[in-house]
Every structure is written in structure tokens, then in C-alpha cells.
Ligand binder design. Structure first.
Ligand code: HEM
Length: 459
């Protein structure tokens, strides 16, 4: 490349879209890192539905209009890939697993994993998810009442255990602490890698790279244990290793390294997100006693134990609470894509290599789509005939979350197990924890709520 070509490549490509200048970005540097959600909100307010960030080379766009979002993620999905810093960072922990994979071959792995999420299978693992919820609730809340409890720690434990039991038919409690530590560490590293302005070479002995190597080794060891345990158990009388995800992967002909990538992907993608969403849901219900009571009444009228599926018909208000909580606090606060060729976004021609940043957090707070957008109103979701256009907690298009039904079902089950036995209140002098945008949007510092057993509350 000649010097002038290099200079050209280092300049932002001007496609006539407004956005912050390099000086604005330098001034905002700290707040971008500390609180990217507020930063994105401000940028959207100032520049509107299509915003260009001043980066060298092809444009980097914040895409906010629901129609443009659909174009990138769904209608024109074949022209947009996952070759972005966000997924490269994740991939350094998970390997090219289903979530991080930028290859078109991802579809083969998706087909492989899909039966583990089919309705029949989910129906069969409902018991496991109930057991995971009960075990954690019993362990954390079973003792005498003690002021505020960090329900984020509770939902974290349930999230991990539910994934383990449902997808690997394994009571992860033996490995739970190791896996919890390793995945939280991994999540932290993904956040650091994703935020690095300068990509560090994978071999450079930076602190993050060293931590990454140790964490990968730990995740490898835990995955190897899970795989070995299943192989030792041998095939069932049906001649298979089981119809859960681990069984399917073992039957698939994937190498152990590829199986490991999918296992780590599922654990990372499948528990932090649900745990964060649950913590926010419990907060919203602790703040809104009439809604909490309405959920409890609905649950009391439900015949038999709640399963992972079918809540829109059997528990419509409870399901609407979950939908609305995911609108206000979507755990996956940002998804990104890179254009594989030229395309048109928001009426602008964009070159190959354009980065599209989509923030469900921003889309879900649009006043034109959601009247009084910051208010918690589950009723918005009652009686809807289809998915609302400005709503994508699980993404859109072919890369839609494979764990969507499982996650929604798990959230309803946890609400059922908790609210039929306990009342939730906010502590005195309550202020909401700040949302902290990590791999998922977590409540910064945890979620302290007062949890009172209903039989005590009535005494
Ligand atoms: C409330 C909980 C969850 C939320 C908010 C969530 C959100 C998302 C989103 C937004 C995507 C799309 C990413 C993109 O398009 O770039 C996604 C993909 C994915 N999610 Fe989830 N997720 C949740 C739970 C789960 C669970 C429980 C699992 C598995 C046990 C899971 C596994 C995956 C996988 C493997 C993908 C990649 C699918 C593909 O590309 O084919 N997620 N998730």
C-alpha cells in the first residue's frame, strides 16, 4: 500500500452522516468506557437515527431506526457478517462457537444444536429448571429472614445451574463454583477486549492476555471433565449419549475442541443474560406491588407446575411482565455486524466493511414506539398479535437467539417458584442500582431486595 493509500484508509469514509467528531470522542473517552449506555443515548439524542463515529476506514454507524435495524439483521442478513471487535473478543474466550462464529458454516452448528432447544426437549427439561430454581432459593432464602438479599447472586446461581441441568443433564454443583468463577472472569475479559481501542496481538504478554490464557485453560479443563464424565457413562439403551446438547454434540462428529467451544458458548450466553434479566424483573416487581400481586394471583390459578412453554396462553400477565422487563433492561445491550459488500442503510449508500452497531437498549426506549418508554407497563404486551417492530431482546433474523424459548420459560418458572412463596419489597431509602453494561447489562453492585416468606408476611 502506498503512503497516500494508507492515509486514505486511515481517514473516515464520509458518507454524509453526522456524528461526534474525534475531539468529542476524546472528551467522552472516560464516559464511553464507564457508562456506554448513557453515552449511546446522548449520541442518539444529538444526532438521530443514524450516527457515524469518526473511525478510520469504512464507516462505523449506530443504527437506531427499527426499519434499518431489521434491514441489517434480518432482510439483508446475508450481506452482513459478525466480523466485528465485539465478536472477535468473545471468540477469544469461546472459540468460534455458535454465537461468535462469523462463518457461513455457523448454520451447520446451529442445526446440530437445534434439537436441544426443540419444544419436546424443553417440555422434558422443565423439571430440571424447576429443580435448579428450588435448590438455589432453598439455599439462599431458606434460613431465617435477614434484611435485604442480593437477588442478583441468587439469579446468577439459578442461571448457571439451569443451563447445566437442561443442556448437559449435569448437576453442575460439583463444578459450579469453578465454572462460575471461570465464566465471570471470562465475561470480564471479553468486556476488556471489546473495549480496547487498539487491538492487542493475541500473543502479547499484556495482563488481559495472560488472564485470558489462564481462564481459557480453566474453561478447557472443566469442559474436558464434562465430556469425559459423559463418555464414561457410555451410551444409553437407545445407543446414544443422550438427547441433550452435550449428547448431540458428542454424536455429531465434532472434535473435542469444537464441542468445548459450543459448551463454553452456551454457558456464557445462557446464564449471564438470564441472570441479569431475572434480577431486573424482580426489581420491577418489588417496586410495583399491584403487578406483583397480579402475577401471584395468576400463578395461584395455574393448574399444576409451570413448564418452560406456553405461557402466553396460560400465564399471560406473568409472561407480559417478563417481556416488559426485557424491554426496559435488555441484557444484550448491543449487537454488531459488518457489511460484506456495498449496501444501503437509512437511505445512505455504504461501502463494504461498514460497521453497524445496534443497541436494543436504545431501540426499546424509543418514545415513538413505546409511549412513556421508561415506565414499567406489562399491559403493553397483552393481546399483541405479533412481535412489536421496536423490540429485539433476542436479536432478529437468522442469528436470533437459539435459547430464546428456554430463557423466557426459565424466567417464568423462577417467578413462579419465588412469588408463590415470597414477597419482594425494595429496601428503605431505595434507589435503583445503575445498569452496568458488561457482556450483559447487570445491576452495578448487585440487586438488594427484601424477600419475606409469605407465611411470615401473613403472621
Ligand atoms: C434473557 C436471556 C437471553 C438474551 C437476552 C439473549 C440474547 C441474545 C441475542 C440478542 C442474540 C443475537 C446476537 C446477534 O445477533 O448478534 C443471541 C444469540 C444467541 N444466544 Fe442468546 N440470549 C439469552 C439467553 C440465551 C440462552 C439461555 C442460551 C443458551 C442456553 C443462549 C444462546 C445463544 C446462542 C448460542 C446465540 C447465537 C445463535 C446464532 O448465532 O445462531 N442465549 N442471544
Amino acid at each position: 500500500m502506498t503512503l497516500s493509500e494508507r492515509l486514505q484508509a486511515a481517514r473516515p469514509t464520509d458518507i454524509g452522516v453526522a456524528g461526534p467528531t474525534p475531539v468529542d470522542m476524546a472528551r467522552a473517552f472516560r464516559s464511553v468506557r464507564a457508562d456506554p449506555l448513557t453515552f449511546l443515548g446522548r449520541v442518539q439524542q444529538e444526532y438521530g437515527d443514524l450516527v457515524a463515529f469518526p473511525v478510520p476506514g469504512p464507516p462505523a454507524l449506530l443504527v437506531n431506526d427499527p426499519a434499518d435495524v431489521r434491514h441489517v439483521l434480518q432482510t439483508s442478513a446475508r450481506s452482513w457478517g459478525k466480523q466485528t471487535v465485539q465478536y472477535a473478543a468473545l471468540g477469544r474466550v469461546t472459540g468460534p462457537g455458535l454465537l461468535a462464529s462469523a462463518e457461513p458454516t455457523w448454520i451447520e452448528n446451529r442445526r446440530l444444536a437445534a434439537p436441544a432447544f426443540h419444544h419436546q426437549r424443553l417440555e422434558a427439561v422443565s423439571d430440571q429448571v424447576r429443580a435448579a430454581a428450588d435448590a438455589a432459593i432453598g439455599a439462599r432464602l431458606g434460613g431465617p429472614a435477614t434484611g435485604a438479599v442480593d437477588v442478583a447472586a441468587l439469579t446468577h446461581r439459578i442461571g448457571l445451574d439451569a443451563v447445566g441441568r437442561a443442556l448437559f443433564s449435569t448437576d453442575l454443583s460439583g463444578h459450579a463454583q469453578r465454572l462460575l468463577d471461570a465464566t465471570s472472569e471470562a465475561a470480564d475479559i471479553v468486556v476488556r477486549l471489546g473495549r480496547s481501542v487498539l487491538p492487542t496481538a493475541a500473543w502479547a504478554p499484556t495482563r488481559t492476555n495472560l488472564r485470558l490464557r489462564t481462564t481459557r485453560r480453566r474453561l478447557d479443563a472443566i469442559s474436558a471433565d464434562l465430556i469425559a464424565q459423559r463418555r464414561d457413562r457410555g451410551r444409553s439403551e437407545h445407543g446414544t449419549y443422550g438427547d441433550d446438547l452435550l449428547g448431540l454434540l458428542l454424536e455429531s462428529g465434532l472434535t473435542d475442541a469444537e464441542i468445548r467451544d459450543e459448551l463454553v458458548t452456551m454457558v456464557i450466553a445462557g446464564h449471564e443474560t438470564v441472570a441479569a434479566a431475572m434480577a431486573w424483573t424482580l426489581m420491577l416487581l418489588a417496586e410495583d406491588q399491584p403487578a406483583q400481586e397480579r402475577v401471584r394471583r395468576e400463578l395461584a390459578a395455574h393448574p399444576g407446575p409451570v413448564s418452560l412453554l406456553g405461557h402466553r396462553d396460560t400465564l399471560p400477565f406473568t409472561r407480559a411482565v417478563v417481556d416488559e422487563a426485557l424491554r426496559l433492561y435488555p441484557p444484550a445491550w448491543v449487537v454488531s455486524r459488518r457489511s460484506l459488500g456495498e449496501d444501503v442503510v437509512g437511505g445512505r449508500a455504504v461501502p463494504a466493511g461498514t460497521l453497524a452497531i445496534v443497541s436494543p437498549w436504545l431501540v426499546h426506549r424509543r418514545a415513538d414506539a413505546w409511549p412513556d418508554p421508561l415506565a414499567f407497563r406489562p399491559e403493553r404486551f397483552l393481546g399483541l398479535s405479533g412481535p412489536p417492530p421496536a423490540y429485539l431482546p433476542f436479536g432478529q433474523g437468522p442469528r436470533l437467539c437459539i435459547g430464546r424459548e428456554f430463557a423466557l420459560g426459565e424466567m417464568v418458572i423462577v417467578l413462579a417458584r419465588l412469588l408463590t412463596a415470597y414477597r419482594l419489597d425494595v429496601p428503605a431509602g431505595w434507589t435503583r442500582p445503575e445498569p452496568e453494561a458488561r457482556v450483559a447489562v447487570h445491576p452495578r453492585g448487585g440487586m438488594p431486595l427484601v424477600v419475606t416468606a409469605l407465611d411470615q408476611a401473613r403472621m
